[in-house]
Ligand binder design. Structure first.
Ligand code: ADP
Ligand code: MG
Length: 685
């Protein structure tokens, strides 16, 4: 019997090898097969005559085979098949590379529809490797065809056939999650129509209708889930704080906070005094000074007799925060400690003992802080830095751990438009730091081909001679299917640079596989100016703060997304010196060029985030990787802001009418939510 969880191996044409390839993109059963949505659609509805066939664009043409196909063997590995086809208007010359087996598929005197890109001149048109089928078939021409994201071992045609079969097998099986009432009110089509037409739309209108429905469903479920999380929280009580003078803390700083920083602190302080647990996201571009906002909140909590903890995504960052915050806070009577994996067992025990006894007020660490062995005497505030590595899951784990519910402040450098942020962090309140500390200069950014290496090396030399420092993010070898060996890449490259290019300069190397004690040493020496050039993997991507560094060089920049490049660039331009970012890439594909160009044009994280959204789609924003949220598949947020509002509204209506989703017609929603949030590790139960 077929069911949604039937293995894809049972689909005709899917053998072991293809099943493996499919698994790589997350397709294992019928359900995941039909939920694998196209990334684009090709309009093959219009049929051209040969004389009207546009040059350089894919199009369909109906024509008759005029003469027997001619096969020739050019050399090993290169066979050609040439075919002349005609219609009433002109002739078209087809060439197939290494597809000699097609010789018998094309019969003289028969008509076929060919789909491909015509080249040549108006007088002599040709087409290379067109797809084709007999004129009456209507399977792959004369209609709108889906274009799927592929991986090695998959082709569009394999996907087309597999999805077609999957859809046919599932028509009776798809559960309709959205109640009729809701579908009527928001004018949403039935689930069967939606799945059929997202893959094989009968028209572009039908595609729009299908997409709207699926997007709505996705956003709606997300909203319901997040609102449930939020409701649970507002029913709880958090440690109540009383107002504390922050002036003495501010006065001890080497600079005065910007207005935006102060506002963020005030908002957090307001939360902590309100009696329910704070759950606030503080968002600010790279370098906007989020750490000081966190420090002020820590000070505030500690002066209220509470303990505070700060979690960083990497040891490197934890150590950096400790180094910069501890001296400042200790002066104010806050007892600080660092707890990371690299401490010896004995040291760990000591730190843990003092935390449990309430003899430490503020601890900085990694996720190790979440571990079972760590107990607090009176944990009142948790700061999670660089949230995009922390998810809903960790947030939930923290609340659970502390027993009573600590205040949570999440810091994020991923600047996303406010509406999006509200959506993504639906269970959080939001502060935005929309102002940079005074005196910051633009980081001048250049995208250059690999042949510029000598020039760039001279450029680095000049800056080092002037007393500055540089980062070089090293290249990675290996394709998308092989796990890059970052350790080897970084150490080899550093050794090569030291030996061949900068023998007289101090080159050091840091990568994720270094023992953490080692990592700290390398970073500390770079921070102290004892290293001129730091060759690194992306471990420096997040948060690292060395204001004397003024040059950021990124090798193979095509491998990075915009947000990541922006993060990397954010490592320079942090002090008073003019800074530069150089992006090496020989990649010629359009998307990459566009991405690098945007980098050279703007330093504005919000604009970059928007561009990233346009170039790569919202998957990465919504994706588990960044936010620990369920992966969204269809929601195209840019054009769907209006729909997003509707989905939120519908979610609120739903919960107003049935707050625990106990009505029978809402059971499917409850189940789907459980699946969604469980796979994100969020724990809805
Ligand atoms: P991010 O928001 O990226 O975490 P940081 O908190 O690391 O930024 O701050 C970046 C740099 O700016 C640090 O060197 C910090 O000391 C400095 N800084 C923070 N706030 C101010 C301010 N109000 N005026 C001047 N410098 C500041
Ligand atoms: Mg930071």
């Amino acid at each position: 019997m077929t069911e949604l969880h039937t293995n894809v191996r049972y689909v005709k044409g899917i053998g072991e090898a293809r099943a493996k390839a499919l698994a790589k993109v997350g397709i294992t059963d019928l359900q995941s097969l039909i939920a694998y949505f196209p990334r684009a659609w090709e309009d093959r509805t219009k049929l051209y005559t040969i004389d009207a066939l546009p040059i350089g664009e894919p199009a369909c043409v109906k024509a008759m085979v005029a003469a027997p196909p001619v096969a020739s063997h050019v050399r090993q590995g290169l066979d050609l098949l040439k075919v002349k086809v005609v219609d009433g208007t002109a002739a078209l010359f087809l060439t197939f590379f290494n597809q000699s087996y097609l010789k018998n598929a094309l019969v003289v005197g028969r008509s076929y529809v060919f789909y491909g890109k015509a080249e040549g001149s108006l007088l002599r048109k040709q087409m290379v490797n067109p797809l084709f089928e007999p004129e009456e078939a209507g399977q792959i021409t004369g209609r709108i065809m889906p274009v799927y994201p592929l991986t090695a071992g998959l082709t569009q045609s394999v996907m087309h056939k597999a999805v077609r079969q999957g859809l046919d097998a599932c028509t009776e099986l798809l559960p309709e999650v959205l109640p009729d009432r809701l579908r009527m009110k928001y004018e949403l089509c039935h689930i069967n129509f939606a799945y059929e037409n997202i893959h094989f739309p009968t028209s572009f209108e039908a595609l729009g209708v299908a997409r709207r429905r699926l997007t709505f469903e996705e956003l709606f479920l997300l909203c319901v889930g997040l609102q449930l999380l939020r409701r649970r929280r507002t029913g709880e009580t958090g440690p109540v704080c009383r107002p504390v003078e922050l002036e003495s803390f501010y006065r001890a700083l080497p600079f005065s906070l910007t207005g935006a920083q102060k506002r963020a602190v005030d908002e957090a302080v307001g939360d902590m005094c309100a009696g329910r647990p704070m759950n606030r996201l503080c968002q600010g571009d790279v370098g906007s000074g989020k750490t000081m906002v966190a420090a002020a909140c820590v000070y505030f909590a500690v002066k209220n007799g509470l303990q505070a903890a700060m979690m960083a995504p990497t040891e490197l960052l934890a150590q950096q925060h400790f180094r910069s915050l501890a001296p400042l806070l200790e002066k104010q009577g806050v007892r600080c400690a660092l707890l990371t994996g690299s401490l010896s067992a004995k040291e760990k025990k000591e730190v843990q003992g003092r935390l449990a006894a309430g003899e430490t007020d503020f601890v900085v660490g990694t996720q190790a802080l979440l571990s079972r062995d760590v107990a607090f005497a009176s944990l009142g505030l948790v700061v999670a830095d660089e949230q995009h590595r922390f998810g809903v899951a960790q947030r939930a784990a923290l609340s659970a751990k502390a027993g009573e519910h600590p205040h949570i402040l999440v810091m994020s450098a991923t600047p996303i438009p406010r509406t999006l942020a509200l959506m993504i962090y639906g269970d959080l309140d939001l502060s935005v730091i929309d102002e940079l500390p005074p005196g910051r200069q633009q980081v001048d950014t250049f995208a250059v081909p690999d042949s510029y290496h000598p020039r760039v090396f001279r450029f680095i030399r000049k800056h080092v001679a002037a007393g500055r420092q540089a980062y070089i993010i090293c290249p990675m070898v290996g394709g998308p299917d092989t796990l890059p060996n970052e350790k080897k890449a970084a150490t080899d490259y550093a050794a090569k640079l030291q030996k061949e290019v900068f023998p007289d300069l101090r080159v050091a190397c840091v990568h994720g596989k270094l023992r953490s004690g080692e990592k700290e040493k390398v970073m500390a020496s770079f921070a102290a100016g004892e290293t001129d050039i730091l060759v690194s993997t992306t471990v420096v991507e997040v948060g690292v703060d060395v204001p004397n560094a003024t040059v950021m060089v990124v090798e193979n920049a095509e491998r990075f997304g915009l947000s990541q490049l922006h993060q990397l660039r954010g490592r320079v331009g942090r002090g008073k010196h003019k800074s530069y970012c150089i992006l090496f890439s020989d990649a010629s594909n359009e998307e990459t060029r566009a991405r690098l160009k945007v980098m050279t044009e703007t330093n504005d994280g919000f604009r970059l985030a928007q561009e990233d959204l346009n170039l790569r789609g919202p998957g990465d924003f919504f994706g588990q990787r960044q936010h620990g949220l369920p992966q969204l598949k269809v929601a195209d947020l840019q054009c769907d802001l209006a729909l997003m509002q509707l989905a939120r509204q519908a979610a609120e209506e739903l919960l107003a009418s049935d707050e625990d989703l106990s009505a029978p017609e809402h059971r499917a929603i409850a189940e789907k939510l459980r699946a969604m949030f469980d796979s994100a590790g969020g724990g809805m139960n």
